[in-house]
Design a protein around this ligand. Sequence first.
Ligand SMILES: [Zn+2]
Length: 305
Amino acid sequence: MTNRRQFLTTSLSAALSTQVSSCATLAGGGHIDAHVHVWTPDTEKYPLATGFTKAQMKPASFTPEQLFAHCKPEGVNRIVLIQMSYYKTDNRYMLDMMAAHPGTFSGVAIIDETAADVRGRMKALKAQGVRGFRLYPQGNDVEGWLASPGITEMWKVAADESLNMCLLINPEALWPVAKMCEKNPQTPVVIDHFARLGMKGPPDRSQLDRLLHLSKYPKVTVKTSAFYALGKKQPPYLDLGPMIKECRDQFGADRLMWASDCPFQVDPGHNYHDSIALVRDRLDFLTASDKAAMLHGTAKRVFFS
Ligand SMILES: [Zn+2]
């Protein structure tokens, strides 16, 4: 039985922690954006990967300073950087920005899983602050790709080193991913942007069920993100509320992370405020503790520890 003194201590510390987190928010800090890409127009120092041209970089520049102009006024002061496709497996720009802003960024890198010493390269990137690796299926054979030696090794190392397998997938890939989670229950897995459910119209019921099914694997977390690209694709994005509610109900908010997917969230017709405001201000079913988890608690645990 909880005695009165214990009860008081617990409620006092709960009250204090609420106060602390609202103070942090009021001070213009405290939230974490779990998914942003940065790049520089300086393609001399940071050349684009083969197959990419400067004309494909849209916007032409999105540096940390440009990001801060959007996120800091909204109380976001930590960000998870996701390696940009323009640079393929050359993670230097992301790593340099992480080093230039200590404590501000975590990172999700891309490596060539077919090259030698997957384990050594993952560990070296971990030492530089990387906490996850971005994976996206090559071609239609998702099962075959997941079963390849390089990806198999990455999932093993990820379990050993507490690194996240960050999956950019379409809903069709959710089933093979579930099988992979079954085989690798210790591997932390992050599903980007609700597995892009609702990218081609309203989210499909059976596909949403497949996403929710992943909640049976405790190491799986989901990014509730990229609102500009999903459902009606129109601010204030309230049509995404029911999908967010189902994710909250099934996974619990401590396995959900809000993210903007900048710079795409700040393309014309969209803005940073409307992305964070959906979770922070506009969904009545989210409790204060749900919001704290989705806006910083989960990302802190997954990407900043
Ligand atoms: Zn993205």
